[in-house]
Design a protein around this ligand. Structure first.
Ligand SMILES: *Cc1c(COP(=O)(O)O)cnc(C)c1O
Length: 454
């Protein structure tokens, strides 16, 4: 079958994620057939190469077709590809868990496995609620979440979501939450600037807690970056102060590190920047370097112990699991990934790349439609506005991000936009020269769509 026939069959049989299927009638919206990947590049069926500037949905960290990872998969297939995780175990899951807990400085010590970010969040929410019940506080059943938050697409995760276009329609199906302000520094809900900010927006969390702490199980956040909400970034001190609030009002801090975990911010987990420890940590995307679906929900002895009991009536058990819980193939990759990152001395390795992005991003400064340039570790975002002074956003219908994306494709980079942001979340192995190239492509694409003239 040639390329054209394959795409036709794709459209005939497949319902795509986050896609208005009718839009695929237009040629420019048709999916691109990818033949192979190597390092930071993806190659399509015509041999055209693209820089994978979105790390294939923020999962890839070591580049495509990493030899050691591929070898680890092949090796594991010769041992055991999958085994039921009730009553049985295997070496990769034990070694990985031990290594992870050690990397977390033994602060959180119990690792629960599932197979995607959304379910890692579901697990955290169920665990948090059941913990409160087991502590004799069944009335603590509400959660607090932030505006603009994204925690996945399953119903529990959607309940704590805060992006109207994705979440609003499902409201009748969801559980009740309280929503606090988003720490959107560029558009501060409190009217502060980065210079004079003291995390005043946390007041909205405390206001809720004053009313409802006795009915609240926990608060869930995306640490440092509300990624799917528009690459909204905020300072670590917000998380430090939030930890104190959680202690003061006796609720759990659930830290959704699905996008930020595994060194995306420069550290294993983003919470480390805030010098605190959450009660529950969810992680997924980078956990297998982008090679296998896997996720974890990691928690404390304190929470674990609340479930630990002779349990004659069976109500203290955590009834949750998936067919692919602790999937050995995925665990063998996750373990190899940790070994590779350790050998790379990943925190040090990332520093010059983070610096390089910072320098290169300056090129956007003088563009008339660039409202904000922001960066947290290996995540860079450029928020586009109609007017720099008023910060008036482009409307959804204008499709600015989409137009820049299409220009980017022509120039050889995947710049899938996030609302009105151009962003870079590249594999960690990107070279400094390639950072220059990528930023130049983005700048050229931007100027094609929004020429920088008076
Ligand atoms: C992507 C993401 C999720 C959902 O993960 P999936 O693996 O896509 O289900 C949850 N939380 C955050 C912060 C994410 O970025």
């Amino acid at each position: 079958m040639d390329k054209k026939e394959l795409i036709e069959e794709d459209l005939k049989y497949i319902w795509r994620p986050f896609t208005q299927m009718k839009s695929l009638e237009e040629d420019i919206n048709k999916p691109i057939l990818i033949k192979r990947g190597k390092g930071i590049y993806l190659e399509d069926a015509d041999g055209k190469k693209y820089i994978d500037a979105v790390s294939s949905w923020w999962v890839n960290t070591l580049g495509h077709s990493n030899k050691r990872i591929n070898k680890a998969i092949a090796k594991q297939t010769k041992q055991i590809e999958h085994v039921i995780f009730a009553g049985f175990t295997h070496k990769p899951v034990i070694e990985f868990s031990k290594k992870l807990v050690k990397l977390m400085n033994n602060k959180l010590t119990k690792v629960f496995f599932s197979d995607n970010g959304s379910t890692a969040v579901e697990v955290a929410l169920k665990m948090a609620y059941q913990y409160q019940v087991l502590k004799g506080k069944p009335e603590k059943r509400k959660f607090i979440a932030l505006k603009n938050s994204y925690h996945g697409d399953t119903l529990g995760a959607v309940s704590v979501g805060g992006i109207d276009m994705y979440h609003k329609l499902y409201k009748p199906l969801l559980f009740e939450i309280r929503q606090a302000e988003s720490p959107y520094c560029y558009r501060c809900p409190m009217g502060c600037t980065k210079e004079n900010c003291d995390c005043e927006c946390l007041q909205s969390v405390e206001n809720i807690l004053k009313e409802e702490a006795q009915n609240t199980a926990g608060i869930i956040i995306e640490p440092l970056v509300q990624a799917a909400g528009g690459m909204i970034m905020y300072p670590p001190k917000y998380i430090t102060k939030l930890r104190s609030l959680c202690d003061k009002y006796n609720i759990l801090l659930i830290d959704d590190e699905v996008a930020m975990g595994f060194y995306r911010t420069g550290k294993l987990f983003a919470y480390e920047h805030a010098n605190i420890v959450p009660d529950i940590v969810c992680a997924a995307k980078g956990i297998t370097a982008g090679y296998m679906p896997l996720s974890v929900t990691v928690t404390s002895e304190e929470i674990f112990n609340a479930f630990y009991d002779d349990d004659k009536d069976g109500y203290k058990t955590f009834y949750h699991g998936h067919s692919y819980t602790a999937y050995p193939l995925a665990l063998s990759v996750a373990l190899e990934n940790l070994k590779i990152l350790e050998e790379m001395d990943i925190e040090k390795y990332l520093q010059p790349k983070i610096k390089k992005f910072e320098q290169e991003l300056q090129i956007f400064k003088n563009h008339k439609n660039v409202g904000d340039i922001r960066q947290t570790g290996m995540i860079c975002a450029i928020e586009l506005v109609k007017d720099k002074n008023t910060k008036e956003p482009f409307s959804y219908e204008e499709g600015i991000g989409k137009k820049i994306y299409l220009e980017g494709l022509k120039l050889g980079a995947i710049l899938r936009p996030m609302w009105n942001c151009i962003y870079f979340i590249t594999p960690y192995i990107i070279k400094e020269k390639e950072i220059e190239k990528l930023v130049k492509i983005a700048y050229t694409a931007l100027n094609k769509v929004l020429p920088n003239e008076e």
